[in-house]
Design a protein around this ligand. Sequence first.
Ligand code: GL5
Length: 830
Amino acid sequence: MEGELYVRLGYTMDALYRSITRHLAYSLGVVPTQASKRDIYLALSYSVRDRLLEKMLKTNQRYEDSGAKRLYYLSMEFLIGRSLANNLRAMKIYDQVAEALELLGTDVETICDQERDAALGNGGLGRLAACFLDSMASLDMPGFGYGLHYDYGLFEQDISNGYQREKPDSWISEAPALQVERADAACIVPMYGRIEETKDKWGRHNPLWLGWNLVTGVPYDIPIAGYGGLTVNRLRLFAARPSTEFDIKIFNEGDYLRAVEQKIESEKISKILYPKDSYEAGRELRLIQEYFLVACSLNDIVRTYEKDYSDYNKFPEKVAIQLNDTHPALAVAELMRILVDQKWVPWERAWDITNRTIAYTNHTLLPEALEKWPESLLARLLPRHLQFIYDINQQFLDRVVTLWPGDVDRMRNMSIVEEGPPRQVRMANLAIVGAHSVNGVSALHTDLIKKSLAPNFFEMWPERFNNKTNGITPRRWLCVANPNLHDLIEDAIGPGFVTDLERLRELEPFAEDPVFCEKFLQVKHGNKERLKDVIFNTTVVEVDPASLFDVQVKRIHEYKRQLMNVLGIIWEYLALTEDGVEPANPKTFIFAGKAAPGYWAAKQLIKLIHNVGNTIEDDPKARDFLKVAFAPNFRVTLAEQIIPAADISQQISTAGFEASGTGNMKFALNGALTIGTMDGANIEISQKVGRENIYICGLTAYEIEKMKRAGSYKPKAMYDKHPMIKRVVDSLASDRFCPRESGLFAWLKDYLLADNEMFFHLADLESYVKTRELSTKEYVDKTLWAKKAILNVARVGHFSSDRTIRQYADEIWDLVPIPPTEAEKSGKLK
Ligand code: GL5
């Protein structure tokens, strides 16, 4: 009697009120009248979790009944942020909960504000994974995330005297309220050890991997609610624990301390998320993390498959695995090892299965992000996997030789193993060889993969390469982040666009409607008021919502060119204070973003932004026209507050460097106009919104590439020729912005004037400054501005992650939706 497994859970205000008070008493042991905000937050989260789990069990049953193919998204990062408000909206119980909380003497926003961000990612790549989970659930697709259950997420950023200080983000210390530990599904992961070459009973070569250390992977499930709340998928995060068997063995040998050390060693594996840019050094622990993720996930995937099938012939028809960048690329070797060593599938057959199952997404062309691991490290940590990598490489290179006999350079370039010293394993090559699909994340990026990153591979397997332009979930980036804009749109075009974002097109006629435009501007103004308070509470800067909010928020990196933005600000500042040229409208420049702890230049940029801001603030001639605010500790929750308040979105990476960008999409959806280069998805955004509704500047990727090849970029000549560029650069090099730290920014002049300056700051500066001027002028005309902003909103429906996921499902995964049954829809138990 399956239906009776569940207690019927209510969704009315009454039922939710009862559930919250019950959890206050029986989960937390507090009387409602004495409950703190935190108690209420937890009790509400538990009430929501009950309902999510109920739906998750039903969803799982539905998937099992249908025998549908499943997609597993392997990612070292899931940048989820907060979940509670998102879940309330997905389950459509926001208003009921708001009422129930009023009875408890509080309000829903205050309670949702108690939640800590789950910052299990660095930036765009991790946030994309989170948006994808939302879309898969909202599209009723059997798609599941696999990641690591880090104790510490991305560091918290404090600012002290303009300098970034990092603090640990102990996410886990506040026991995320939604997760469920699944000790029953724990698995054992072997590592280290040695290979013993033996023969099986038929005399065949039979290498044995022996003497390993064992670590246990304990899964934690986080329910992922689709919009409407009927389909609930799960994100499974693995925490590393000591293998009990192993501990007990040492313990029994009487070596208590060694047993404890072993425990600490094992738990280190899922302790921290590595901040971007600090793991190129080839840190052993990072490789162990990557392998641990892969081993735990594949174990789980194979176990799930084996519930229904006794051989592996159907594996690629029932399982799709997507590698989120090269980080989980060891999945190629691990799946081969499982199939060949554990399931006795012949090598060739195993290779066919592996290749048809695995697909790979590339997220960056930056050479420093293309992972390579020393062969010696792999030999020590994963000796058996390395053998598989050699065999895969051998078979692959044999093909290359047949196709291009004698082309040694090509072989060297394509080989999975890079010649030394030191010899290294190239993870991108392993992923490309092992996957049946390789995709980029914007049209330009995919083109560059084919032409510059992997031209030889493209020549060999053109059908393998494809584009999947990124997207964002409108549930979080509109419904949750900007509820007033959502409501305004709904009043205009009716409900339903949140799951069918192309319908925003119906807004186009409203761009000409003065009443709608007025309301649109009011919503924006309200969001700016809200942000003003956030900024005031976290910095001491007081911003004016009537000024133009010009925003650049993202990781701090040279290629993203926050420095060019600062050069633009200095330009405007000098023009104002020395030439008497006032901007057409007062402007507030808002920055936020973290610099990797080991990335000196990026940290200097944060200091520079603060110092330029202070200099302007101290200058009575400037402070009423220009203001600079750096909002500390950028994270999903802060993005949700900043993006809806932006007038201008700065997306000014050096063309060819930003694979796609997703912030650009979030801003446009929230009615900000983009100042952008022809890079990543900016190009597709400009095609959709129309060139008259976006401010494009700078060189194209191909122009930059050409200059690089010809060595024709001569920034010093530009500096000599253009008086304003000279003034800006010289002011940077002087102590004007660092009166108390003489010489602090002098390095920037040498940096900017060097012929090998990789990011072409000065090449784009003039075009960039002119474009900024134009945008400020146009901002003054409120009717024109509202029209352009509304057209941006109306025309960016294409960038919903629902569209992206549909394309992955149709073109790579062969995955179909399994919608809720009629019984589920009508709320019956079975
Ligand atoms: C990134 C790219 O830099 C972004 O342009 C892209 O939008 C994102 C998602 O595809 O992936 N690659 C990467 O390593 N991080 C990114 O944000 O961190």
